[in-house]
Design a protein around this ligand. Structure first.
Ligand code: CS2
Length: 494
């Protein structure tokens, strides 16, 4: 079989083998600048937008993908060499694979190379939306103070060097300022990260930055920039060498960075845009007045479920999420956690069948073709726990309800942070707070489990809750003594 390198020139030949964009990519204009062109964006927003460009005659919503950080060079160069094209490989439950080339990203910028290009792009009249996937930790929010972290060295750098920014806040501020100077219309800044109230959070953090960097811009932002909240969902594991090889062997397509994902997808967005928006509803997105209940449900069930499986699974020695959820003890633990500790906190969700949602989650987690990496799930847990798990704990403590199972997971995380699993294998921990986590985990292991809860930027004042600390210490001791599986078996899950 002839092999073709994925790029615009070879698209015709490739279309004989897999589905490719049928719209004329060269005639599109850029309506969206997206910051953070990792797998999730390419499996989600870019996928929806590609479908929209495909199904309608709309031409003004192509995406300019921005790689913001110096370590994003590889993804930038790869996509650039492929003219923004990549293959989406959807792994169905029955093990089959559907492949499709996505064409919605038509421009690419590498911010560290020339910041002014990114600033000017956002400040061009045809751009109406900036979307973000900058990860949960990217918002510069400090859990301990409940505010923007104004001591962050990158933030201080951006304030001192406004035209050569490094952070998303520095870029957005300069770009908004330029839009104001040019007398352009407002713009929408839409977060696609897993954060409760992700639009509100973006607004709060951006305004905190602008207050320090350029306070005169605040009224313009308040009047002309919209920050819709949204709930985003599609499980997107990291691409492996085997995925790249499979595409080459099966289709003769040489794609240096395809994206793999599950078939399920969901996007619920608050319909608040200041300068128009794509008709994403035509291709399945849901526009609603209030997205909060959807976000809460997804973060506290799906994302929390992932962290539970990730941390417990990693300690036991599993490497993928399906292995962890297909272990009957871990499965039972997770199901009970979701039903006993999370569901009671979601009582304001009307018309949602939570039992059915949980059943579908357990099925999605169990998809053996996905092989979602436990390493991916456990990475940056210090940014994830405060969003996925701790709000549930706080809500339960407030009403004097059980937090035993969440305490068990936090205890497992403290033991995980020592860096070795129960098989004595090294754990590859990736976390911005890795050193702090390790240090507190070490102290905890010397007969003071509670020391792990001292990390205020993660736990806030959780250490002052006696019922939680008691449950946590008890779980810590049991897991250390008996291991995760026996400890789980010994919890009364009825
Ligand atoms: C995961 C998410 O990063 C994580 O811990 O829970 O990436 C998850 O796969 C997505 O939010 C699914 O929509």
């Amino acid at each position: 079989m002839t092999t073709y390198t994925l790029n615009q020139e070879n698209l015709n030949a490739i279309s004989e083998r897999v589905s490719t964009p049928k719209y004329n990519r060269t005639q599109l204009t850029t309506g969206i600048v997206h910051i953070g062109i990792g797998g999730f964006h390419r499996a989600h927003e870019a996928f929806y937008t590609d479908q929209l460009l495909h199904d309608t005659s709309i031409t003004n919503w192509a995406i300019c993908g921005v790689a913001l950080l110096p370590h994003d060079t590889k993804i930038y160069q790869t996509l650039k060499a492929q003219d923004g094209l990549y293959t989406l490989m959807v792994k169905e439950f029955d093990g089959s694979l559907s492949k499709r080339v996505i064409g919605a990203i038509t421009e690419l910028l590498f911010a560290p190379e020339d910041p002014s290009k990114v600033i000017e792009k956002i400040a061009s009249p045809e751009v109406k939306i900036v979307t973000l996937t900058i990860t949960e930790g990217g918002y510069n929010y400090n859990e301990a103070t409940g505010a923007f972290d104004d001591k962050n060295p990158s933030i201080l750098y951006d304030i001192a060097h406004p035209t050569q920014p490094k952070t998303v806040f520095g870029y957005l501020t300069q770009a908004l300022k330029l839009r104001q100077q040019k007398g352009l219309k407002g713009i929408t800044i839409q977060s696609c990260d897993n954060i409760q109230g992700n639009g509100d959070m973006t607004k709060q953090m951006l305004l905190s930055y602008v207050k320090l960097a350029d306070p005169a811009l605040i009224p313009w932002i308040e009047q002309r920039v919209a920050f819709p909240n949204s709930m985003v969902d599609r499980i997107t594991p990291a691409t492996t060498a085997a995925d790249i090889e499979q595409l080459k062997t099966e289709e003769g397509i040489v794609d240096a960075w395809p994206v793999v994902c599950e078939p399920f997808k969901q996007w619920v967005i608050e319909d608040q845009f200041s300068n128009g928006r794509p008709l994403w509803e035509v291709v399945g997105a849901q526009f609603v007045k209030d997205v909060e209940p959807y976000e809460k449900m997804k973060l506290s069930l799906l994302n929390a479920g992932h962290s539970v499986l990730g941390i417990l699974g990693a300690l036991v020695g599993y490497t993928t999420i399906d292995e962890a959820v297909n272990d009957k003890n871990i499965h039972a633990f997770l199901e009970h956690y979701l039903k006993q500790e999370v569901v009671p906190t979601l009582s304001d969700l009307e018309n949602v069948d939570l039992e059915a949602y949980i059943a579908s989650l357990l099925q999605r987690f169990g998809n053996v073709s996905i092989k979602d990496q436990i390493d991916r799930i456990c990475s940056e847990s210090s940014a994830k726990f405060p969003i996925f798990i701790l709000p549930t704990v706080k809500a339960n403590l407030k009403l004097s309800r059980q937090t035993e199972l969440a305490a068990f997971v936090v205890a497992a995380w403290a033991i995980y942070s020592l860096g070795t699993n129960e098989k004595d294998e090294h754990l590859n921990i990736k976390d911005a707070l890795k050193d702090t986590l390790h240090k507190q985990a070490e102290l905890a292991s010397q007969n003071h489990p509670e020391y792990f809860l001292e990390i205020e930027s993660v736990f806030g004042n959780l250490k002052t809750s006696k019922p939680f600390v008691d449950a946590y210490v008890k779980a810590y001791k049991t897991i250390t003594k008996e291991g995760v599986i026996i400890a789980v078996q010994n919890i009364n899950l009825s």
